[in-house]
Write a protein that binds this ligand. Sequence first.
Ligand SMILES: Cc1cc2nc3c(=O)[nH]c(=O)nc-3n(C[C@H](O)[C@H](O)[C@H](O)COP(=O)(O)O)c2cc1C
Length: 448
Amino acid sequence: MTRQLHLGGFQIASQVTHSHAAWRHPASEPDVFGPDHYQRVGRILERGKFDFVFFADLLAAPTRFGGLDEALSRGTQASATIDPAFAAATIAAVTRHLGVAITKSTTYFHPYEVARIFASLDHISKGRAAWNVVTSLSQAEALNFGVAEHLEHDQRYERAQEFLEATSELWDSWAPDALVRDKDSGVFADPSKVRAVDHEGEFFRTKGPLNVPRSPQGRPVLIQAGSSPRGRDFAARWAEAIFEIDPTPEGRRAYYDDIKSRASDFGRDPEQIKIFPAVLPFIGETESIAREKQAFHNELADPVSGLITLSVHTDHDFSTHDLDEPVDHIDVPGSQGLFDVARRLSERDSLTLRDVGKLYAQGVMLPQFVGTAADVADQLQEAVEGGEADGWMISAANTPGAFNDFVDQVVPELQRRGAFREEYTGTTLRDHLGLDDVPVGREAIAAD
Ligand SMILES: Cc1cc2nc3c(=O)[nH]c(=O)nc-3n(C[C@H](O)[C@H](O)[C@H](O)COP(=O)(O)O)c2cc1C
């Protein structure tokens, strides 16, 4: 039987996506700070029956590459971006089925604040919220929150673990039937069904209860993107969807097998974690039209802008290097996973730092699937049938133009093959992803 795949639409609430060229592309809308753009994106993705729109987020402008000026003038990722919660809420207001996923950091926020944001987004969207749980990347983010030193890698995951426990307790502080709303008797809520949580841990204290009633999904769908062994364990334990970047089928297959087996080790059903690698598609009526679109976009990508983001991801100042040198001798303190991918590619294709910067600017090393709708559908489907993915995160080379191409051409092709839904069959994001309902009570909180 043909396997059905899932689809997420990748966004950053800003002028760029993975593609640093996106804002300069003629098919991109210039105003990305008002509501119209996001509502348009949401309507397109819902027309395409996508599972969700997904907003990545960073909490600092990029300063790691010799300061901020280069990033601002080039419009690099995170140089100008609004809080994704508002972009998601405005999309939820004009759609009825599309899930809305946003990123919030466990390193720089407090569990009470984040529990409240997601319970609220889940109410406002009637059960379509998801949280991309991140541990944050950079020293610049630490400084913005008044913290002198970015927490060490494994400490960040310790904190994230306790953060998830505390937010789960808060979401669980209201029983599903606590709201009475009886106008005749004047009873609004049943106090016996709302309780304090009295969480006192190593990193956080929160008394509770949450002052938001239990939301339609009980808690948001949990998304994560961990690439280190510690990050993978965290994802295998908590995540219900995983966002991954890997440009090769072998890399994606290895990651898929690894996460599913770690999930089994934690006593979870591996089917309850959906893995979404990201892809940048270029679609044309003929293959040569698609190749032209790809070449036009890739040519617009500015290698320095790519190196600015690479500097953020790896916490290393690439402005101190000669652009024509190879990268294999460079050691970085930040994200090892992403730099390993860059190293693998540069060894395979003898790339210089400038080439790596260009690749990063074209799409943070996402694979590019290029061709007719049938060609692109073939690649998406083969990966799902071949054990690399449960679905795909579609990243747009321009917005909203590339989403229109995908929804008008590739989605009908996948539907014709029985590989993608014709209609939504449920109303919540958990329904779309085929996830079990969240249990009510203490068992909702993963035990140590
Ligand atoms: C595919 C991918 C997407 C990520 N997206 C974000 C993001 O939007 N915001 C953020 O602060 N961190 C993001 N991260 C960083 C992770 O949350 C994490 O801090 C980082 O990858 C270090 O953990 P690791 O060593 O387990 O990979 C992302 C990481 C990966 C691999």
